[in-house]
Design a protein around this ligand. Structure first.
Ligand SMILES: *Cc1c(COP(=O)(O)O)cnc(C)c1O
Length: 404
């Protein structure tokens, strides 16, 4: 970032603090992808050496991703992203094991790619338990164990939550699943590249990740499937991905995903430290300067870039619009619910009342953000929240009751 320090009230370029929604493609990622669009454009399944070269590079990419997760190459399958991986894991296991049992366990705070898939399976005769979480968004391992039945075939519990950043005790939950013969899937889309993951050590059977959350391209992801796990196909067609996932190999996307993974691995500690510094400064400033604000999520077991607030007496949607007028990108609830007045299912699950959950704002920083940008955003927030509260009947009531 090459910006001069800002003075209070200065208007500036776009300030992007919505990195849980998507991230900018890294220049190194773009470079390699360009090569696969312009020069190495072969269909990786071709019989000529032009294709052979490409397919060899795809296998190298697969090995790099496998190494990153402590997995084997033949356990990594490239998909079109996090949503497909979640759908495949859950529907594929449900379909393969339906003669064994019809019960699935998940949580109330999953991404819609998991929740809506589970709801679909309920309409097809499966039973789903949606586990509660505590005020920080943590799943209770004892409650998980208690929910397991003889007919439970699969548990799907996210690694880190996309709205409030809470990191779940995955290793412990996976251990419990295995003690009861239950297959364990985790949606690690937010954790991949931010948290060190070893699938064997953490008792993970299936894991979803996505390129565009880690400075890779949109439309590519992976599903890790532990060797020996029985799973049916989601996408039928050609014999790509060892016959398990049809579709012409997305070579540019896969190479981009691979470079994004490599960068995430190399820079993980440094980047997490930088994000944490910015995030903590943001949280401290907001809580000091804006009263009646709740900081959501776990105080320590959380993603380095995530800050999630509820500003009492106001609507998150109005807040977002006014932030947008100041060129600040943030999010209210999850991206899937923005544009509607649906209250975030995650904030309700951590026990917030509807009217409080409505006033939510998620800011997810990147290492490229600056302290000056944080200052600008906090200034903007202070002004906007003040203005919205002055128009808020809820705030007026509150002040009257307080005798102010
Ligand atoms: C973004 C996200 C997804 C969806 O991934 P896509 O690649 O956009 O389909 C799934 N789960 C979580 C937790 C996410 O944050």
């Amino acid at each position: 970032m090459h910006r001069p320090p800002l003075k209070k009230g200065d208007k500036m370029d776009l300030i992007y603090m919505d990195n849980a929604a998507t991230t900018k493609v890294a220049p190194e990622v773009y470079e390699v992808m360009k090569e696969y669009f312009e020069e190495e454009y072969a269909n990786a399944s071709g019989a000529y050496s032009f294709a052979g070269k490409t397919s060899a590079r795809v296998e190298e990419a697969r090995r790099l991703v496998a190494d990153f997760l402590g997995a084997k190459s033949n356990e990594i399958f490239f998909t079109s992203g996090g949503s497909e991986s979640d759908n495949w894991a859950i529907k594929g296991i449900a379909d393969a094991l339906k003669s064994k049992g019809n019960h699935i366990i998940t949580t109330k705070i999953e991404h819609h790619a998991v929740l809506h898939t589970c709801e679909y399976l309920e309409s097809r005769g499966f039973e789903v338990t949606y586990l509660d979480v505590d005020e920080y968004g943590l799943v209770d391992p004892k409650a998980f164990e208690a929910a397991i039945r003889p007919e439970t075939i699969l548990a799907s519990i996210m690694f880190a939550n996309n709205e409030i950043g809470t990191i779940e005790p995955i290793k412990e939950l996976g251990k419990i699943a295995h003690e009861h013969g239950v297959i364990f899937h985790t949606d690690a889309v937010q954790a991949y590249g931010h948290v060190k993951i070893d699938v064997n050590e953490m008792n993970i059977d299936l894991l979803s990740a996505s390129g565009h959350k880690i400075n890779g391209p949109k439309g590519v992801g992976i599903l890790y499937i532990k060797k020996g796990i029985r799973i049916n196909n989601l996408i039928h067609g050609g014999s790509q991905e060892r016959g398990k996932r049809a579709g012409t190999t997305n070579t540019a996307g896969i190479m981009g995903f691979c470079v994004a993974t490599k960068l995430a691995k190399e820079r993980m500690d440094e980047r997490n430290a930088r994000e944490e510094e910015l995030r903590d400064y943001l949280v401290k400033s907001v809580l000091e300067r804006i009263p009646y604000t709740i900081y959501n999520g776990h105080p320590t077991s959380r993603l380095s870039n995530n800050a999630n607030f509820c500003f009492r007496f106001i609507e998150g949607e109005s807040l977002l619009i006014m932030l947008d007028q100041k060129n600040v990108c943030g999010s209210s609830g999850s991206a899937c619910t923005s544009g509607s007045l649906d209250t975030s299912h995650v904030l309700l699950a951590i026990g917030l009342k509807h009217e409080i959950a409505h006033g939510s704002l998620r800011l997810t920083v990147s290492a490229e953000n600056t302290k000056e940008e944080v200052d600008y955003v906090v200034d903007a927030l202070e002004t906007i929240v003040g203005r919205l509260r002055n128009m808020s009947p809820l705030y007026e009531d509150f002040l009257r009751k307080e005798g102010k």
